[in-house]
Structures are given as structure tokens and as C-alpha cells.
Ligand binder design. Structure first.
Ligand code: BTN
Length: 232
């Protein structure tokens, strides 16, 4: 485990380490990132010391089209850690958002280094930015939804244990992900790079892809942004 007070990005760091032969399970954790990476080229901004910022290097024995399960495994591990250390069990918004109701508690980013490496990172808001009270900007923080302080170190240990379990049981990941996925059963708007459409999310398949009923025709979404259209 490599620990940093400050780094540009723990994902970037582990992708570099992977190129130099770092083994599966190598992890990097930081108090602050200066160039945190989010999905689809977005940045991930944190307040120093207030989040769990973690990446883990995996070499999963999975076909390429199932590598999305790495994102799912990390999201499930984050849910377990929140439940274990804060008594709050989040839901997952497909594909990678860990949610407290309609607010985002954590995001997961998996980056692939072909042929076999996946670096999967999570940014989990533990303490709200600014003074105590409801966090600003629509994001949730774990200590706020739990109503008590949360120990980042204990959260980290719990998350790593859970992730270790999931990566030993890839065959069980999709089922548990479906159980925790708040997107299934919702009316959704899907934003792809070159197209937007609406439909009803009906399933997540064995590869972690979202299945959407669009006017009676099923479409499988491999990667995209999802908006939940109506409150649950
Ligand atoms: C998202 O919701 O867009 C995904 C955010 C992922 C952020 C984490 S923080 C630790 C790791 N290092 C990064 O640069 N990004 C991920």
C-alpha cells in the first residue's frame, strides 16, 4: 500500500506502476489529489483530508467485455464499507455512482491498461466540505448521512477486505450489483457520446452493462451517463 499526503491522481500513479510490473493488489491512497480523474474525462475535486481516495491495481482473469465488473466490484466494496463503518448502506446508480438517496456519495473510475491491467479507483466523500452542516453542491458525505464521525482508516480497511472478496468471486458480482442498483426499474435518460435517448432500465447483464427498454425494444448500454427521470 502506497500512501500519499498529496498526489496528482492515485489512478495515474498505479497505471504507471503497472507498466513497471507492479503486482495485482497494489493499492494507493491519498489525502488529496491535485488532478483527480473522473469518468469521461471529467476531473474529480476533493478537499484535503475529507475523502477516501483510493486506487487498486487488478489483473482480472476476465474477458475484455466483462471488465466493467471491476467498476461494479469497487462500487459494491464501497457500499459494504459504508454499511460496516457508518451503518449506512448506499445504493448504486449505474454504472459507477454510490448514492445516498439522489445525492452522490462516491464515484468509481476504472481505467484499463491493455491487455490485462485494470486500475480501479474510488473517491468517497467522508466529511462534508466547509463547516458542519448539510454539504453544498448536491454531493452527500458519509459522516453527514450517518450522523456521526467516520474513521477513514477503518473505512479503508473494510473496503479493501470487501474488494478482495469480490475479486475472488467475479461470478457473484453481477447478481449482488443488481440487488444494490437503484437504476433498475427507473425511467432513465441515457447520454451516449453521439446520442441521447430515454427508456426504462430493466436489468444489468452479466457483463455489468445496462439493459434499457426503449419503446419495447431492448438496448444494451455499455458506457454512458444516466439520468434518473422520476423520483423513486
Ligand atoms: C466519477 O464519478 O467520475 C469517478 C471518480 C473517481 C475518483 C477517484 S479518486 C481516487 C482515484 N484516482 C483518481 O484520479 N480518480 C479516482
Amino acid at each position: 500500500m502506497r500512501r500519499f499526503v498529496e498526489i496528482d491522481s492515485t489512478n495515474r500513479y498505479l497505471l504507471d506502476q503497472a507498466r513497471h510490473g507492479a503486482p495485482e493488489g497494489t493499492a494507493a491512497v491519498a489525502d488529496h489529489q491535485t488532478a483527480g480523474r473522473g469518468r469521461r474525462g471529467r476531473s474529480w475535486v476533493d478537499r484535503p483530508g475529507s475523502s477516501l481516495l483510493l486506487s487498486v491495481l487488478l489483473r482480472p482473469q476476465l474477458p475484455r467485455h466483462r471488465l466493467h465488473l471491476a467498476t461494479a466490484a469497487m462500487a459494491l466494496a464501497a457500499c459494504s464499507a459504508c454499511e460496516g463503518e457508518a451503518g449506512f448502506l448506499p445504493a448504486i446508480k449505474w454504472p459507477n455512482d454510490v448514492m445516498a438517496g439522489e445525492r452522490k456519495l462516491a464515484g468509481v473510475l476504472a481505467e484499463v491498461e491493455p491487455p490485462a491491467v485494470v486500475v480501479v479507483g474510488v473517491g468517497l466523500n467522508v466529511d462534508p466540505p466547509g463547516p458542519p452542516g448539510p454539504p453544498v453542491g448536491g454531493a452527500a458525505a458519509l459522516s453527514e448521512v450517518a450522523g456521526r464521525p467516520v474513521d477513514r482508516e477503518a473505512l479503508l480497511e473494510c473496503l479493501l477486505r470487501s474488494l478482495d472478496d469480490w475479486v475472488r468471486h467475479w461470478e457473484a458480482v453481477a447478481d449482488e450489483y443488481r440487488r444494490r442498483c437503484a437504476t433498475i426499474g427507473r425511467a432513465v435518460r441515457i447520454h451516449l457520446v453521439d446520442e441521447t435517448f430515454t427508456g426504462d432500465a430493466v436489468d444489468v447483464d452479466e457483463s455489468g452493462h445496462l439493459v434499457v427498454d426503449v419503446g419495447g425494444r431492448l438496448r444494451t448500454v455499455v458506457a454512458g451517463d444516466v439520468v434518473h427521470l422520476r423520483p423513486d
